[in-house]
Design a protein around this ligand. Structure first.
Ligand SMILES: O=P(O)(O)OC[C@H]1O[C@H](O[C@H]2O[C@H](CO)[C@@H](O)[C@H](O)[C@H]2O)[C@H](O)[C@@H](O)[C@@H]1O
Length: 316
């Protein structure tokens, strides 16, 4: 676990002054080789890493924000992170990126370390299983993306609205046999909200629902679309563009034409590989920007907490 030692402790343990420790950390001259060696030995023994204030003494930024993504390889999260970075840089904050892999336990560990390091603020890509109890102590310095929890600032995507846009577009094209590839309802947003929106729309319009559930992967789209093809679907809505890429790959491999594949997310790779697909721009970039602005407003101006939903739109 991380230590809480300060430069003063290192100075005391090394038998030197604070400024000497600072000179060693800065790799400046004016310190004898023996003293330098002694200080470095203590630093190593104590697993010391300079605190924010010590970093500031060394000329680094004193302002740090952490971005906790769920998956480093998620295209949607990458878009959001890319949009928030320039805003943090402009305001003199150094961002650091951590990964949760959808583990609440891992988020808890990250937050403990961030607290010890006295980090200024956090953007957290939320997910099902995170508790308000764990996050409320951070409420003034945290913004959650993609999930909302009462009492916290959040920026969310319009999950049900995206499914509606696609269903309406398909109906307008006279397509009524519409399948859906989703993910587990244990995932409240991409899973439950998108699947429920599909089922509700089918019910309202008197359509038969054809559903298959998998994971947030290309493989799921590839493996699940054959089930829906057995029901002679004319179109398939996938809960994400990543899933849609897998579904399209299957159709391409089997040389099946005439099935309209739709995704959610407006992923450039789907557009490039399969330009005939339909997708909804959920606003990942806009979401990342909004989350960064909200966090900066909370940190710099004590702005009130805010919950926001980014509207989606059919991609051109
Ligand atoms: O394939 P991707 O580009 O990664 O997109 C899949 C979905 O990723 C995001 O949802 C997932 O992560 C969220 C945290 O960022 C989490 O709240 C959600 O439960 C996960 O399903 C993104 O929010 C979705 O729009 C993407 O469809």
């Amino acid at each position: 676990m991380q230590n809480r030692l300060t430069i003063n402790d290192i100075a005391r343990l090394s038998g030197v002054g604070k400024s000497t420790v600072s000179r060693v950390l800065n790799n400046e001259g004016n310190v004898s080789p023996q003293t330098r060696e002694r200080v470095l030995q203590v630093i190593e023994q104590q697993h010391f890493s300079p605190s924010k204030s010590a970093r500031a003494m060394r000329g680094f930024s004193d302002k740090i924000v952490a971005i906790i993504v769920s998956r480093l390889d998620s295209p949607s999260e990458n878009q959001a992170v890319r949009a928030m970075l320039p805003l943090f840089y402009q305001q003199g904050y150094d961002p650091i990126v951590l990964e949760s892999q959808f583990s609440a336990e891992r988020v808890k560990e990250h937050l403990q370390v961030l607290k010890q390091r006295n980090i200024d603020g956090v953007v957290l890509f939320g997910f099902t299983g995170l508790s308000a109890q764990m996050l409320t102590p951070w409420q003034d310095k945290l913004v959650m993306l993609a999930r909302d929890i009462p009492g916290l600032s959040s920026v969310c995507y319009d999950d049900a609205g995206a499914v509606h846009l696609l269903m309406q577009k398909l109906l307008a094209q006279n397509l009524r046999e519409i399948g859906f590839i989703g993910v587990s309802p244990q995932d409240t947003t991409t899973g439950q909200r998108r699947s429920e929106a599909y089922q509700a729309f089918c019910q309202e319009q008197g359509l038969t629902a054809h559903m298959a559930l998998g994971e947030l992967t290309y493989q799921s789209g590839f493996e699940l679309i054959p089930q829906l093809l057995k029901s002679n679907v004319q179109a398939v809505i996938c809960a994400s563009d990543t899933i849609a890429i897998g579904a399209q790959k299957y159709l391409q491999q089997q040389q099946i034409t005439g099935v309209q594949v739709c995704g959610i997310g407006n992923n450039p790779l789907l557009r490039f590989l399969f330009p005939e697909s339909l997708s909804v721009e959920l606003g990942y970039g806009e979401g990342g920007e909004a989350a960064a602005k909200q966090l900066l407003a909370q940190l710099n101006d004590s702005a009130p907490l805010q919950q926001r939903i980014i509207p989606g739109k059919l991609s051109a």
